[in-house]
Design a protein around this ligand. Structure first.
Ligand code: PXP
Length: 247
């Protein structure tokens, strides 16, 4: 079984928005990601639209040929957008305006009734839901009870582990949650994401074996910026030389 890679292109939009320009366009980035073999594209439409905008989700719906995963908070506004745009999957995440990025998983167990109703509305609209949760048994069980199609295990504590012992402990937590899900709720797809890098993804995939999908954004886009610089400088150099040769 191939562990699928879904690329989160939010930070392509962050760079675009920093200058109020049309580029780099997350839609353009999505084409390159899919061409390179990504199984799908993930975007987080935040309440404050700090990176991805409504237009991006709409155009991606028209252009992504793999799976389009819309991450969003469980609000009425986002429900209306999801039901209109019809992504292939919605991932519900907790969202605080002041946070820099998603901090912690959704407390599904603590809001089971409301989330079950919300997941039901998405299902009625033909959209399966993934719930972004901390790797805890109670949250896995609650996600199944809420009618989710998938869980996405929050890997932030693993990625940010300050030392080896904590890293090992966090890997064990992730493995235990994934094992519980696949043993007791085999209908749930097990995904993971947040803070994953080319380096830390290796042990995650090696040791958390029920894992089927990964959502990776920041580190992948950061690597693309750095590794693409040499080619970009060469191309700009050639353009300048071209102008000079035509003087
Ligand atoms: N999964 C979820 C639910 C997220 O909210 C994010 C960040 O938007 C990611 C995955 C990707 O995390 P990162 O950008 O750190 O790779």
């Amino acid at each position: 079984m191939t562990v699928e890679l879904h690329v989160n292109v939010d930070h392509v939009a962050t760079v675009r928005n920093a200058r109020g320009s049309r580029y780099p366009d997350p839609v353009h980035a999505a084409v390159y990601c899919e061409r390179a073999g990504a199984h799908g594209i993930t975007v987080h439409l935040r309440e404050d639209r700090r990176h991805i905008r409504d237009r991006d989700v709409e155009v991606l719906r028209e252009t992504v040929s793999g799976r389009l995963n819309l991450e969003m908070a469980a609000t009425d506004e986002m429900l209306a957008i999801a039901l209109r745009v019809k992504p292939d999957l919605v991932t519900l995440v907790p969202e605080k305006r002041e946070e820099r990025t998603t901090e912690g998983g959704l407390d599904v167990a603590g809001q089971l009734k409301a989330l079950t109703a919300y997941v039901g509305k998405l299902r009625e609209g033909g959209i399966p839901t993934s719930l972004f949760i901390d790797p805890d048994a109670a949250q896995v069980k609650a996600s199944a009870a809420a009618g989710a199609a998938a869980i996405e295990l929050h890997t932030g504590d693993y990625a940010n582990a300050p030392d080896l012992a904590t890293r090992r402990k966090e890997l064990e937590r992730l493995a235990a949650a994934a094992d519980l899900s696949s043993a007791e709720h085999p209908e749930l797809v097990v995904a993971a994401g947040h803070g994953l890098t080319e380096r830390n993804v290796v042990d995650l995939v090696r040791l958390v074996t029920p894992l089927e999908e990964l959502n990776i954004g920041h580190a992948l886009v950061a690597d693309a910026v750095i590794s693409g610089l040499e080619e970009a400088v060469l191309r700009f150099r050639a353009a300048i030389d071209d102008g000079e040769s035509r003087r």
